[in-house]
Design a binder for this molecule. Structure first.
Ligand SMILES: CC(C)(COP(=O)(O)OP(=O)(O)OC[C@H]1O[C@@H](n2cnc3c(N)ncnc32)[C@H](O)[C@@H]1OP(=O)(O)O)[C@@H](O)C(=O)NCCC(=O)NCCS
Length: 209
């Protein structure tokens, strides 16, 4: 799938952008070919994405042991409000977000949000992909691209943290592969139905990297 014209067009161009040799406000769109040959684009979200984002996240929410915190499906009005807030934070350099698009459909997203006040040298990352996009190298590439964009856009970020449910071994393996280390665990932090699970805190140190 060709990358939309308004986005950076090639990996070379994107690499130049990430290394600072381009306008800081170019919209990012990175073509990526998954392990099974599926072609997707990692791109920044737009107002028109609300419906597709809602459909994607609702498909994850309805999975048993989804790995994500959300427990109730979202409505389109709520998704529009959330997306407006995200887009505002993106322009204020408080958030970066990339969605995975394939054939006009959103299959995932990854977003990094700066913490506030005395914690504002830190940020938090979250990622989710729809079922059909998993296990093909998309999650790893998407996280790497989102972290690279964070370093480019959000000045002063020294570390990125995340939470992972104890049962979510797949996600933990990906995070460890990318250099995140476990720094804490809250017992019985998560309650799904009548089942309890621990929650892990993991951190990626960005200093000297
Ligand atoms: C977790 C998630 C983002 C991983 O993305 P993905 O595209 O499936 O992962 P990738 O194919 O890029 O694989 C990257 C690494 O993750 C790990 N991984 C992926 N699938 C795995 C599986 N089924 N079992 C164990 N580890 C797995 C491996 O370390 C893999 O690297 P490798 O191929 O060199 O072994 C994705 O599966 C997802 O969205 N799951 C549902 C929502 C979720 O759990 N979000 C995270 C909340 S904390």
């Amino acid at each position: 799938m060709p990358c939309p014209a308004r986005f950076l067009q090639t990996l070379e161009e994107t690499t130049r952008y990430f290394s600072g040799d381009a306008s800081a406000w170019s919209m990012v769109g990175i073509p990526f070919t998954a392990k099974d040959g599926t072609r997707v684009v990692f791109r920044e979200p737009e107002t028109e994405d609300a419906r597709s984002l809602m459909e994607f996240i609702n498909s994850v929410i309805e999975e048993d042991m989804s790995g994500i915190m959300m427990d109730k499906k979202v409505t389109l009005p709520k998704e529009r409000v959330w997306l407006r807030k995200i887009l505002k934070e993106v322009s204020g350099r408080e958030t970066v977000m990339l969605v995975v698009e394939s054939d006009g459909e959103i299959l995932g997203n990854c977003h990094v949000e700066r913490h506030h006040m005395k914690l504002s040298h830190r940020a938090m990352i979250g990622i989710a992909l729809s079922k059909e996009a998993r296990g093909k190298g998309i999650g790893e590439a998407l996280m790497k691209a989102t972290i690279a964009l964070t370093r480019k856009r959000m000045k002063g970020i020294e570390s990125i943290d995340l939470f992972a449910f104890d049962y979510n071994k797949r996600a933990q393996k990906l995070y460890r592969k990318l250099g995140f280390v476990e720094v804490g665990r809250i017992p019985r932090a998560v309650k799904e139905g009548d089942r309890y699970f621990d929650e892990l805190t993991m951190v990626l140190d960005l200093r000297n990297k």
